[in-house]
Design a protein around this ligand. Structure first.
Ligand code: 5AD
Ligand code: FES
Length: 363
């Protein structure tokens, strides 16, 4: 195999090389990987980090993913759904704060009322957020799970333009173990295809450090991102959830898990180069500066939580979610300092769309 320095200067990688890069643990080697990924991000997409204000508008969920704290079988949480006014107000807070985009995320529901509710929220957000600073209004990303093509089209036509739907893992055996048998891998793939067909910028991602997951699996996940030609990636460490059904299967120790998650971000940046990659909140659940580390390892998106404080505690997908008690305003100042500490700047009032999307749609 090539030397590490030669490998990090490459633009294409064998599976063996990807697995080797994911496995790095020596501080001197990890630092080289980090620098290489950071520099590729600078060269390919610039020095700006974009915000997407995250509105977790409902924890009512028809699904039962074993890892997730808001799965439908968890009877120990209070269920909520914000009103349209509250959703729009949260989004407008984003617009005023200069965040440029919001993400509407919730548990999965398939009833026509839900589809209409989301449609109305999107229209109202797009309409009422137009200002001098944001002439096109706030960018709207959705993260609402699997739906038929028609629902995706309805939301796309209402004015949302990006959609996140994680594959969670491309190892089908693991996928089956962490989901009930009614939730099928093939259906998730089909939904991702429909997201693309509806015209969204497509985002997917995986959890890192799942029980039984190997470095080869993570390498296959990266290959999947390439095959699917995705525009955006959101990945984070798997963290055990008290409301989940996988407690006895445990989780990786925090330190190696954090390093593996960071290596995964860096290697994904080296291989996919021009996509948007989120530095997810789950990283910060492992260490207070987890999101800054994600940026240093090549991520360029942050999703500050702007869910109203009184319901935030009921949207705990996993243990140790940060900023449960911070107000939105406190997060704004705190985050900007964190971003600047990484040598990046914040793209205020910009949508910050994926370069990759522009390239794949222009040609
Ligand atoms: N640990 C880490 N991420 C989780 N998610 C759900 N539960 C957990 C957990 N215990 C992630 C899933 C899902 C996203 C909304 O949250 O990847 O797609
Ligand atoms: Fe599937 Fe929450 S129930 S991610």
């Amino acid at each position: 195999m090539k030397s590490l320095d030669a490998l990090l200067a490459s633009t294409s990688f064998s599976d063996e090389e990807i697995v080797y890069l994911l496995s790095l643990a020596l501080p001197s080697e990890v630092q080289k990987l980090q620098r290489a990924a950071y520099n590729v991000a600078t060269d390919e997409i610039g020095e700006t980090v974009y915000y997407r204000g995250l509105v977790e508008f409902s924890n009512i969920c028809a699904m039962d993913c074993h890892y997730c704290g808001i799965r439908k079988s968890n009877r120990n949480i209070e269920r909520y759904c914000l009103t349209q006014d509250d959703v729009v107000e949260s989004a407008l807070w984003c617009a005023r704060a200069g965040y440029g985009s919001c993400v509407l995320q919730s548990g999965e529901r398939h009833d026509p009322r839900f589809v209409r509710f989301v449609e109305e929220c999107i229209k109202e957000i797009r309409r009422s957020s137009v200002s001098e600073a944001l002439p096109q209004g706030l960018g709207v990303t959705l993260s609402l799970g699997e739906h038929p093509l028609e629902a995706y089209q309805t939301w796309r036509n209402a004015g949302a333009h990006r959609y996140l739907l994680r594959i969670e893992t491309t190892n089908q055996k693991i996928f089956e173990k962490i989901h009930p048998s009614t939730q099928r891998f093939e259906e998730r793939i089909l939904a991702l295809r429909n997201v693309r067909e509806a015209g969204f910028h497509v985002g997917t991602g995986v959890m890192i450090g799942l029980p039984e997951q190997t470095l080869e699996d993570l390498c296959a996940d990266i290959r999947f991102f390439v095959e699917q030609d995705v525009d955006m990636i959101g990945m984070g460490p798997y963290i055990v959830s008290q409301g989940g059904a996988m407690i006895e299967r445990g989780m990786m120790d925090k330190e190696p898990l954090l390093q593996l998650a960071l290596n995964m971000i860096a290697v994904t940046r080296l291989v996919l180069r021009d996509v948007n990659i989120a530095s997810t909140t789950a990283l910060q659940a492992l260490t207070h500066d987890g999101r800054e580390k994600g940026i240093l390892y090549g991520a360029n998106i942050i999703m500050p939580n702007i869910t109203p404080r009184d319901v935030r505690k009921n949207y705990q997908l996993y243990e140790g979610k940060p900023c449960l008690d911070e107000g939105r305003g406190e997060c704004r100042g705190c985050l900007e300092r964190r971003v600047i500490s990484t040598g990046r700047c914040v793209g205020w009032n910009e949508w910050g769309d994926s370069r990759h999307f522009r390239k794949r749609t222009v040609s």
